[in-house]
Design a protein around this ligand. Structure first.
Ligand SMILES: C[S@@+](CC[C@H](N)C(=O)[O-])C[C@H]1O[C@@H](n2cnc3c(N)ncnc32)[C@H](O)[C@@H]1O
Length: 290
């Protein structure tokens, strides 16, 4: 698709956050292909503006959630992976084809077109072919027909892992409900689990956090607060009521465990306890059909 047809007005559409996350990953982490993706993004579409309002702990959180999700994916032993709202993350490029993994990514159509162009450019620059078992599908995770169409790519036996990272704060509770209904159907068919670090609570709101949500609302036009769970119990019962068994992991504890494997806290002079404290309102959920 010609570049002019892709909306790159950073900050004005719902996908701009993915561009900023990609830039962060390229500049402050050692995640494979992250640097190449952010470089190509800016070469093709111009500079991604920095957001001075983002607290440094949020940068470290972005690296943590990516790496932790990778660990949980490995643990799941899934050979079919469906990553919803994948943005410009390199996980699909890295995992597809290894150990027979079939990998389907979905994001809103415009974001997926942007991604396809970036991944094709990256493959060309690296002299590698576009992975045979990677499918980039435009769609909305809360639309059952888009969800099903994406999962129709999977062939044969093997467990499914459904992933999403940085996406649920943008979904209303009705849309979360739709996504979980579709996930339950597919997990019933294939076996496996849904893994997400996106459980974000209103409980324990600090002034700094409240100001960050407000600044985000002013710059993006999106108020995510109505989409957040009130408490951990609220998040657990929301998932249980939709037919799932819930395992949960405190992101603060994960930060303590994984601190030494993170690059970005060192870039920002952020110590382990300060990082953990800043993440006390976040959890990772692993859901299996009850
Ligand atoms: C903060 S970005 C995270 C992207 C990626 N997971 C990462 O960590 O780099 C949020 C992404 O959610 C996508 N998104 C928001 N609502 C969506 C929906 N209903 N269906 C699919 N993708 C959605 C946006 O387009 C955007 O790419």
């Amino acid at each position: 698709m010609p570049q002019a047809e892709i909306n790159t007005t950073f900050g004005k559409d719902s996908s701009f956050t993915a561009q900023r996350v990609a830039k962060h990953r390229g500049e402050h982490t050692d995640i494979p292909y992250a640097k190449q993706i952010s470089t190509i993004l800016e070469e093709l579409f111009g500079p991604v503006p920095d957001n001075p309002n983002i607290p440094v702990s949020f940068h470290a959180y972005l690296e943590l959630r990516y790496k932790y999700l990778d660990l949980l994916l490995k643990e799941s032993k899934a050979t079919k992976v469906f990553e919803i709202a994948s943005g410009l993350a390199p996980r699909g490029l890295i995992h597809s084809g290894t150990k027979g993994i079939q990998y389907v990514e979905m994001d809103l159509p415009e974001e997926m077109r942007l991604k396809e162009q970036i991944i094709r450019t990256l493959c060309k620059k690296q002299g590698i072919s576009f992975p045979e078992k990677l499918w980039l599908q435009g769609g909305d995770g809360s639309h059952p027909e888009d969800f099903k169409r994406a999962c129709d790519y999977f062939k044969g036996d093997g467990l499914l892992a459904i992933l999403f990272e940085g996406h649920w704060r943008y979904l209303s509770f009705d849309d979360k409900h739709e996504e979980l209904e579709s996930a339950r159907l597919e997990l019933t068919k294939h076996g496996g689990r849904l893994i997400t670090p996106d459980i974000e609570l209103l409980e324990g709101m600090t002034l700094a956090r409240s100001q960050a949500y407000e600044k985000f609302r002013q710059t993006s036009g999106k108020d995510v607060r109505p989409n957040l769970f009130k408490t951990l119990e609220h998040a657990i019962s929301f998932c249980k009521d939709r037919g799932f068994k819930v395992k949960y992991y405190s992101t603060a504890d994960t930060a303590r465990d994984m601190y030494d494997s993170l690059v970005s806290p060192k870039h920002f002079n952020l110590n382990k306890e300060d990082l953990a404290t800043s993440l006390s309102h976040r959890y990772t959920f692993v859901l299996e059909v009850a």
